[in-house]
Design a protein around this ligand. Sequence first.
Ligand SMILES: Nc1ncnc2c1ncn2[C@@H]1O[C@H](COP(=O)(O)OP(=O)(O)OP(=O)(O)O)[C@@H](O)[C@H]1O
Ligand SMILES: [Mg+2]
Length: 280
Amino acid sequence: MTRVEVKPGDGILVTRNLTKIYGERVALEKVSVAIEKGKTTVIIGQSGCGKTVFMKHLIALERPTEGEVFFKGQRIDQLHNHELAEVRTSFGFCFQMGALFDSLTVYENIIFPIQQHREIKDFKVLGELVKLKLALVGMDGYQHQYPASLSGGQKKRVSLARAIALNPEVVLYDEPTTGLDPITSDVINELIIKLQRELKITSVVVTHDMKSAYKIADRIIMLHRGKIAADGDADYIRNHPSEVVRQFIEGRIGEADLAALRLGGTKFPTQFQPEDFSGT
Ligand SMILES: Nc1ncnc2c1ncn2[C@@H]1O[C@H](COP(=O)(O)OP(=O)(O)OP(=O)(O)O)[C@@H](O)[C@H]1O
Ligand SMILES: [Mg+2]
């Protein structure tokens, strides 16, 4: 596939020939993407294809082996950590690894990023701000509860409220619906849509969940083994001619992988034989 060359100013977030290699493993290979401002871009692909690594590069939590990353035209992949701190105030994160702090109340969890970056000492102002953010996700009233007393869906909503605490321009979500039942997942999908529309947020969402991808995406990018396998709107992806893309969206294992899996039983000793225990 010939790809159009992306330029730093083409989108709010741009990666150009982004390549990341860990030891022998190529996690990303020449990924060039321009993410449009105010839109929801969904990244899909099989486990291990590079989605989280890609996302981490968007805020320089990982540094490229080769290639560049730009935020609003400014190259960010080479910035020092103290310069990045300011850039990162424009971002909200809803990462699995960035779960809520169990020892802090909902209120304290939400003011945490605010206090790290802004000098707000007025408790009345902070209280109003937290109320506003929680109301947006339907969780006002839970301020004094601890995460342990919340359901999985409620925790996700509170992490959404925390992600938007600093009025970010971009929110990055890594697997926001994983582990939730279909209805609770849909509540999270609706919230992502609502935040994008009402707060004009640019969203980048990594997901395995095709239902959620089709629902929230303006654009879907599929990664396969660290490269872009498909890039387009939901209809384009739904009708994509490539077998790799079809297998993923239909949740089918490929013929070659299936054959290898079935062969596995005869190729590798998976059961102990009586002689394995002799002499013990
Ligand atoms: N810090 C690291 N050191 C070494 N290898 C890494 C590191 N981070 C990621 N990788 C490797 O890079 C590849 C892509 O990982 P990544 O976490 O992006 O996958 P993913 O698409 O997010 O998968 P999943 O859907 O399971 O979360 C994997 O092979 C992973 O083992
Ligand atoms: Mg991941």
